[in-house]
Design a protein around this ligand. Structure first.
Ligand code: FAD
Length: 404
């Protein structure tokens, strides 16, 4: 049986960073990374495959990083963890022994209990090259695309599908606004206007009740009774922690269905096993409450903490801060931390400061964009709780970065 000082399960955002962080902190330790995919996609680039990037093959994470850092890579599915014997068993029948184990098994798209979602040409945001290649081919021939969910992922899919294609795109969002879980209402309204101007139909306060058609999808029916034609449906309603393996091995699973870890990313179940990324439980920086945020920026921060803490306690996780940015029809929308609405909900007495200015000087320069910065502060102590920045291409650079 093969053995390694450290085995990492997962090869997307969190796994490789955890493996490389371990090698950097403890260069004498041998690290093996196991993942299911032959090639790994840049997850945040997935919607852009359907417009700006043009192909899944152009949106891959190079494996050279693993080689360069002395991380051994095995392609395979881990089907069982034996915590007593400290082994991970692969579907191939091979077993690998470990001293420390990191679970970075990520997340899977949420599947809604809507009848008809199993029909042909209904897609989710799967992190799988062959699946996305087929999805791209189908979308290239589509006339009517319905996107269920108007969060960041749904909005990005809709915007990209509309690019350079002669097709109808409709977003159906159950909340009063698209992007409402990330942005303050005035920015959501601006983003919706940009979507509408680019020809995307935005239906808010609407629920999809059924996906219609024979084998192939032909439309969706809303709770209002209205039917929308669709030859493609994209479901972008969030992700859930992928914890089947951990569950089977008896790890404690928390209220968000993620693996429970402490502030050092060590599982509460087994001192030799750590978890990081979308599969791990996380806590809000502001409230300390369990958080449902799932972001690559958070996954990689946690991975650095997990990798660094494997053999001695080095780094404490202060809690997660969400950082989002996206571009809709050429206008960027960024936000960090709490929105004004969230801050009030958390019970903060807030002071809001806003300013708008061109992002180039002088403002008459070609390409200059009006950029607004809204900052949300706690009145008691001046603590900066969050900010929103709709503006030009430089918006992402304005956002403060969350770091460990
Ligand atoms: C369409 C889309 C757009 C996004 N855009 C952004 C964005 O703009 N910004 C941002 O910060 N975040 C974004 N996210 C979220 C981000 O992708 C995730 O937070 C991130 O991928 C989490 O990384 P992870 O490594 O924890 O998990 P995953 O990316 O889910 O990776 C899990 C890994 O575990 C492996 N694995 C699972 N089970 C097993 C097993 N049994 N055996 C072996 N290997 C296994 C898989 O093969 C995979 O390599 C987006 C997500 C999606 C879907």
């Amino acid at each position: 049986m093969k053995t390694a000082d450290v085995v990492v399960i997962g090869g997307s955002a969190a796994g490789p960073v955890a493996a490389i962080s371990c090698r950097r902190r403890y260069p004498e330790k041998g690290v093996v990374l196991i993942r299911m995919e032959e090639q790994v996609l840049v997850p945040c680039g997935i919607p852009y495959i359907f417009g700006t990037i043009g192909a899944p093959e152009k949106n891959l994470i190079p494996d050279a990083l693993l080689d360069k850092n002395g991380v051994e890579f095995i392609k395979g599915e881990v089907v069982e963890i034996d915590r007593e014997k400290k082994t991970a068993s692969l579907a191939s029948g091979d077993k690998i022994g470990y001293d420390r184990l990191i679970l970075a098994t990520g997340s899977l798209p949420v599947v809604l209990p809507i009848p008809g979602l199993d029909k042909e040409n209904v897609f989710t945001a799967k992190k799988d090259v062959a699946y996305l290649r087929n999805m791209l081919d189908v979308i290239n021939g589509a006339k009517d695309i319905v996107v269920i969910g108007g969060g960041f992922i749904g909005v990005e899919f809709a915007d990209e599908c509309k690019k350079n294609r002669d097709c109808n795109v409709t977003i159906v969002e159950i909340l009063p606004h698209c992007l409402q879980l990330a942005l303050d209402e005035e920015f959501c309204a601006e983003a919706e206007s940009m979507l509408t101007e680019s020809g995307i139909k935005v239906l808010v306060n609407q629920k999809v009740e059924a996906v219609l058609g024979g084998n192939k999808v032909s439309g969706v029916r809303l709770a209002s009774g209205e039917e929308l034609k669709a030859d493609v449906v994209i479901v972008g309603v969030g992700a859930r922690p992928n914890t089947e393996l951990a569950n089977k091995a008896g790890f404690e699973i928390g209220p968000t269905k993620a693996i429970v870890v402490d502030r050092y990313m060590r599982t509460t179940t087994d001192a030799d096993v750590f978890a990081c990324g979308d599969c791990a439980q996380r806590y809000s920086f502001f409230s300390g409450k369990v958080s449902r945020l799932m972001l690559a920026s958070i996954a990689t921060t946690e991975a650095r903490i997990a990798g660094g803490n494997l053999f001695e306690r080095r780094c404490y996780h202060p809690g997660v801060v969400g950082v989002f940015s996206t571009v809709i029809s050429g206008r960027a929308f960024g936000c960090v931390g709490l929105t004004e609405a969230m801050a009030r909900q958390e019970g903060y007495d807030v002071v809001v400061g806003e300013s708008t200015a061109p992002d180039r000087h002088p403002g008459g320069m070609p390409g200059a964009a009006s950029t607004k910065v809204k900052l949300i502060l706690s009145r008691d102590n001046g603590l900066l709780l969050g900010g929103g920045v709709p503006g030009g291409a430089g918006t992402g650079e304005v956002l403060p970065r969350a770091s460990c």
